[in-house]
Design a binder for this molecule. Sequence first.
Ligand code: ATP
Ligand code: MG
Length: 198
Amino acid sequence: MTRDNSQYQKRQQRLKEKIDARIEAAQQERGIVIVFTGNGKGKTTAAFGTAIRAIGHGQRTGVIQFIKGTWESGERNLLIQQGVEFHVMATGFTWETQNRESDTAACQTAWKQAAAMLSDPSLHLVVLDELTYMISYGYLELTDVLTALKQRPAHQSVIITGRGCHRELLEYADTITEMRPAKHAFNAGIKAQKGIDW
Ligand code: ATP
Ligand code: MG
């Protein structure tokens, strides 16, 4: 028993030394770019979870949603009440509008609002929800996005969500989490539902 405990203590001490060394080594303080991508559920909700964390600390946060224009969402209802600047792209799902010109124009309008946020030093966090599709559909130039990210205020963090994130955006990001769909209720025929899916 005593022997077990002393081994345990030794192991914990070694672990503590390792962790302390890593904490000591992480000395940079700056805003980061986080990408939530992959095919699994949780990208947008992870972005809003982080936004709620920031807002809870009184840090100013801005949100642009690229795509889900005509949908109601619980997160929007809540964050607007908190005085968060929240813009949603003017069109609904793009496979419903089927008009390349109007989709591109809507995206460019939303991007202007995003670019303004990315140059606003009073914003601690900017969420660009579903941005990845704007690049893959060709509504938005990758270089415009990279330039705006690189020129943003040093303390500002940015979260980008969406499937199939462009390789160069991934290269620039500091933190990437890939959601993997181990199982999804929808595939068992369960309808998307309020409070869970939007
Ligand atoms: P959430 O908004 O729930 O965090 P998400 O942002 O990861 O999901 P999106 O690709 O933006 O997912 O899809 C939006 C909608 O599709 C959400 O209602 C989500 O629940 C649903 N969804 C996400 N992943 C899957 C999947 N693998 N199969 C079916 N539906 C999914
Ligand atoms: Mg999403």
